[in-house]
Design a binder for this molecule. Sequence first.
Ligand SMILES: Nc1ncnc2c1ncn2[C@@H]1O[C@H](COP(=O)(O)OP(=O)(O)O)[C@@H](O)[C@H]1O
Ligand SMILES: [Mg+2]
Length: 398
Amino acid sequence: MKQDIQHYFSTIHKIIREIISDSSDIAKKQIAHLAEQLKIDGYEKESKMLQNILAAQKKEDKLIPIKILSSSLGFCGEELTKAVSLPVNKENGAQLVNVTFVNELPDTSPIFSEAIIKAISSILTEWANADKLIDKGLDPVRSCLIYGAPGTGKTQLALWMAKQLGLPVVTARLDGLMSSYLGTTSKNIGNLFDFANRYKCLLLLDEFDAIAKFRADNQEIGEIKRVVNTLLQNMDTRKQNGFTIGITNHPKLLDPAVWRRFDIQIEIPNPNREVLQQIIKNKLKPIRLKSSQIKFLSWLIDNGTGADAEVLTRWIKKAKIVIADSFDLIFYNLIQEFIFLNAGRVNRQNADIVMQDDRGLLKEKLSQSPYKFTGIEISEILNVDKSTVSRIKTQNNK
Ligand SMILES: Nc1ncnc2c1ncn2[C@@H]1O[C@H](COP(=O)(O)OP(=O)(O)O)[C@@H](O)[C@H]1O
Ligand SMILES: [Mg+2]
């Protein structure tokens, strides 16, 4: 059976868009000619679609200074500048991406255990030497999924990695991407990847689980499949073009096929005791506390995240500035106040012990904890002398 022209037109549309992006004048003239012919033969809609492509291209040609960079990272791309117009959701004008330029990226990496630092360094080394690897016929890792609890430093890590590579970051705005209109989400995903592939950048799919949320919210099975398939196809195409980092707090919500599309997956665990103390010490700068106090802060938010440490240290820093001289004297009371105001940020069990105000119990728990506080350390925390600490009796049987 003979097919209607619409049947072929989406393919024609794609081919034309691809050809025209190379900005060949001959192609443009031919497309204009075809549009005219279609119009004469009564294919108004199809003719209009072609004219729209031409118009959009004209606008882009004017806006964007085309400057192909020689590849130092294994792929080519135009330079992303402030003059480049960002892609939007055509239904509502919402931006699909945020761009963070290299000078706006963080200079410091979050603090991690040695094993994580090693894993990340190896990716960075690979990415920085992508050219050499490709030369020798080896394919460098192109995409990486970072997952872990909220507040463990994943976003900061991705931004810092981009800084190390000297690449601007194109962050997908997943809220802007999702649409309840049929087909629009897929179109937006396509536009997002087209944009990222065109420029030399690191594509960051932060809070990636929003795609999974889309699944839960959207009842239309066909539409969900389309969105996931579009994503998979685009991730495959992206492989030839640049680096991608995906981040999620909820790896279980991700479609397994999407999960597998990432060359590597890095789990960022909550910091262990040593790392947490390092983070606290670092975030307190330029203020210095006794090591017993830092240890106590770490115990207080034990199992917590870098984000928890950030809130706690901000509080401590302010107090230290306001009440400089009597800081040691009221350190323990300060902690009680902090717990009172930040119930969700502390280790519940340990915080409960502090709030009970039973110094005997506190002494027992501190010395038995994996932190193994010594008598001297406890005396510094409570700001009493060591002999007093040794006289404190546990009264937790009452
Ligand atoms: N390991 C860490 N070292 C230093 N700072 C951290 C660490 N983890 C989290 N932070 C801090 O906590 C805040 C939240 O971090 P972010 O990268 O947004 O976490 P995530 O993306 O994992 O939710 C940031 O200000 C960050 O500096
Ligand atoms: Mg984040």
